[in-house]
Design a protein. Structure first.
Lengths: 206, 238
């Protein structure tokens, strides 16, 4: 099965300010698109538009040739979106947060797999601690564990390296590499260079 | 570093209404248990205020019997209102709501689950406690039963209407004030018929007509509110 994500002439404005228009790209399985640009150039909005959170003013996003505006279910079943907000509950432990996020996506992971993934990202001993006791980077690592366990084909990640240390960033690179190797695709908004070089680069803003 | 990635599953994970409902219901109840202070606050408010009235008014059995159902209903309504802002606002600010919106489950499922969990954590305890509080007002057995029955049917309506209002105020500054302006007028019919049920019973009439109207309100709210909440959440995400 070859997944393909395509954007045709996307346009979005906020109030009277036009953020972007005529943005088109196509990503096939095994490729990733880097979205670059200065702060405020609309990277996050573009990612939200692609994910289907923000309404487009024009254009269409197509998943396997079908517009997600009309049929978002097949796309959302294969989408892993992570924005600026981590979606982590302070009152739940790292393990519960991970399990909760996976269950929401319809992925059932056995407890052993959860524990192994959390150990891999360096939270093995802290997996039972409430998330409020974790540092910003450690909370991000819960997100890394999620990337490991979720079989979603399409990653849409906004600044995935924020707050991660060198080891965490290397771990992310490895994960991205494996994801692409297994036939996944990804869109990343990032300011840093990420190890497997992007197949495509999109520069936002003037 | 032994980083492993789960294999890409070619079959698409199918979302379902029931799975979304169960997920949200279980999760919200678990969060409510983790934070019993917040959950119990509404119940404590209900018990305290409803107990203060007889103390303030003094031992006048007839007056207490007369105002009892109304006072208990007003307290229940305000207690339900107290717990409303927490329903969506926390998930909105920490990004959970984005994840729910993008999940493969239909939106109505998890929205329904959240509303049900809210009722389970706030409306149900109020209903269970109401006969005890009614005793302080000297209400007789049949009136207590009518009061509890009215709360059993009426508090889910409060949770439903409140959910629509709190979803509409997501992301708005001064949302609390706006929520009060939106929700309290909508609660009025529930209050009128809810308190009316117990009062009718106390004055020797049947509570059934009031309960029927509350039941009809529950059905209408149950049908109309989830789509409204979905629309409001989509607007808040945009």
């Amino acid at each position: 099965m070859t997944a393909r994500l395509e954007a045709r002439a996307l346009a979005c404005s906020r109030g009277t300010a036009r953020l972007f228009r005529e943005i088109s790209f196509g990503i096939a399985a095994g490729e990733w698109l880097a979205v670059r640009g200065p702060n405020g150039s609309g990277k996050t909005t573009l990612l939200r538009c692609v994910a289907g959170l923000t309404r487009l003013d024009g254009g269409a996003v197509l998943w396997d040739g079908e517009s997600i505006g009309a049929h978002c279910a097949p796309f959302h079943a294969n989408l892993l979106y992570a924005g600026h907000l981590p979606g982590i509950k302070d009152d739940l432990s790292a393990e519960e947060n991970l399990q909760c996020a996976l269950q929401l996506r319809g992925v059932s992971a056995p407890p052993a797999a959860l524990a192994a993934a959390l150990a891999d990202v360096g939270l093995g001993k802290r997996r039972r601690l409430p998330a409020r006791r974790l540092s910003a980077g450690q909370r991000r690592r819960i997100g890394l564990a999620r990337l490991m366990l979720d079989p979603a084909q399409c990653w849409v990640l906004d600044e995935p390296l924020t707050a991660l240390d060198d080891e965490g960033q290397r771990m992310f690179s490895t994960l991205l590499e494996r994801h692409l190797a297994r036939g996944g695709l990804a869109i990343l908004a990032t300011h840093q260079d990420v190890a497997p070089a992007p197949a495509r680069l999109l520069r936002m803003g003037a | 570093m032994s980083v492993a990635v789960s294999p890409l599953v070619p079959a698409q994970p199918e979302g379902s209404f029931a799975a979304g409902f169960a997920w949200a219901f279980a999760r919200d109840l678990k969060l409510a248990m983790r934070h019993p202070g917040e959950t119990l606050l509404a119940v404590a408010f209900f018990v305290l205020v409803a107990s203060l009235f007889p103390l303030g008014i003094g031992a006048e059995p007839q007056l207490l019997q007369r105002i009892g159902p109304g006072v208990i209903w007003v307290c229940a309504l305000l207690a339900a209102f107290l717990s409303l802002p927490a329903m969506f606002a926390a998930d909105y600010t920490d990004g959970s709501l984005e994840q729910m919106t993008l999940s493969p489950h239909p939106m109505g499922g998890w929205v329904g689950g959240k509303i049900a969990a809210h009722w389970f954590a706030s409306g149900l305890p109020l209903t269970v406690l109401s006969p005890l509080l009614g005793l302080q007002y000297g209400l007789d057995g049949a009136t207590l039963a009518a009061l509890a029955a009215a709360l059993l049917v009426g508090t889910p309506v409060l949770s439903l209407l409140g959910a629509a209002c709190t979803a509409l105020t997501l992301g708005a500054r001064g949302g609390g004030m706006l929520l009060a302006l939106l929700a309290l007028p909508l609660f009025v019919p529930v209050l009128v018929f809810g308190a009316g049920a117990a009062e009718a019973q106390a004055s020797g009439l049947s509570a059934a007509p009031h309960l029927s109207i509350l039941g009809a309100g529950l059905i209408v709210a149950g049908m109309a509110v989830p789509p409204a909440v979905c629309a409001a959440v989509r607007i808040a995400m945009d």
